[in-house]
Ligand binder design. Sequence first.
Ligand code: HEC
Ligand code: HEC
Length: 457
Amino acid sequence: MIARVHAAARSCLILVASLAIACSDPPAPPATTSEPRDPTPRLEGLEPWSDAWILAHGESYLEDPRARREALEGSLTQPDNLYSQARLAQYGHGTRGWDALPEWSPRTLPIDRARADAIASGAPIEVPDDAPRLTDGPRPTTWREWVALGRRVFREMPLRSEPYWTTALRDPEVAARLGVEHAPDGSVPGLVLVRDVDGESRVGITCALCHSASRPGARGAHDEGWVDGRARRTLDYGLARIELARSFGRTLEPEAEARFSSWGRGRADVLEELSDVPIAIPDLYALRELRWLTQGATLRHVTPLALAVRQETQFVQANHLRTRPPRVLVWALVTFLYAIEPPPNDVQVDAEMLRGRAIFERECADCHQAPSWSGDPVALDRIGTHPELAEGHARGTGTYRPSPLVRVSDAAPYLHHGVVVDLASMLSPDRSEPGHRFGTELPIDERAALISFLGSL
Ligand code: HEC
Ligand code: HEC
């Protein structure tokens, strides 16, 4: 509780400093602590979280401002943090705030092999006047059509332009340093060419920069060797932030520069000026099963509208409050996120794993439950891991969500800030990183069995 008060006080200071808002009256606590409800009508008879049930939410997200507002309010776990306050003030008011921003459906071009080669040999960054927009086609009607459009949004719709990445397209050494990867088909997932809001052609970043990655040998529903939804743990976004500032001729405060360099690979903070806490980029394999979103459990996920509002407002904030994305594209993106499946896991179940499973049931299943192996948020003083995110003024809730464990053996480094190098260290009594001591007192053979079981998830 002390932490919460402290965080609220800090948030006031920041608000005063940056927005000149009076802070004598702290924001009122949520009116009710009851379960938020799903604002979408006519869901009877549909299996919750089935494709059909998700699809049935499209109309209320797309057409009903009140449903969007209700979903927002119902989803914010901690209305006092800056993340929540910005949204409560600006989102879902119909004709003002972020709803009044101009809708922006950019002309964008993915970087396929031919385009990557051309840019590498010096071709200009150029998006022609007649380049397509993602909204050019007919509005999807079936689940398959929505997901197909959503895949394109995930890969091709820029959150904003970031011209610095052009260097990475021209210089393989810079690309390797920043974690820009080429997919086996020669394309560069996560970077696109975009006709920017001001009409200039630039390089932009998409969801795929952080949330898709190579995985040698991956097959099945995925493009050979490339997995949508897999965290890009090679990405050094902090370094990119420093280089981006330099490329604009800006010098960062030494403190800010030190923060960004400390992020290292696979960690980012997408809240920009609100926050610079490094958070591990998560895999997006089990969204349908998660009743809480983000590692600090900032959002209740009782309705797909909660995720749609999250993504819509992420686009707004990322593009510096200049534009809002077409909701048709946001809704398509959300259906795609729900359709993402983890890469197949080929391990054979053996006796050691079954033994590990029984130990897991005994020691871990209070918090990590199938099928996502996540669960309800755990208070910071119980879990005891690094407090900065949970206590932070930007999006702190005083809790952490039990991490989903789907494909966990492929998800190192661990914990919300990505600091524990492997599963053996997670369960080691000698681990120096504090918190989450579960399993560390078990005999070594039981820990080995647990790790074996985790490898089957
Ligand atoms: C610069 C890297 C970056 C980009 C670009 C990015 N994300 Fe993320 N994403 C993150 C990080 C870091 C988190 C963890 C945030 C947290 O837990 O508080 C995250 C969390 C999420 C989550 C919550 C997952 C969970 O386990 O609850 C979803 C969903 C998500 N991102 C979707 C997207 C989509 C869709 C886009 C494109 C519109 C996108 N992200 C763009 C880095 C990024
Ligand atoms: C009291 C609830 C609780 C129990 C019991 C628990 N966990 Fe966790 N677990 C969490 C929370 C909360 C996190 C996220 C903490 C953080 O990121 O700061 C987590 C994170 C993890 C992670 C990190 C995954 C990743 O991708 O970063 C692993 C692995 C894990 N738990 C395995 C286990 C195992 C194995 C056990 C049993 C020996 C166990 N947990 C018991 C709550 C729990």
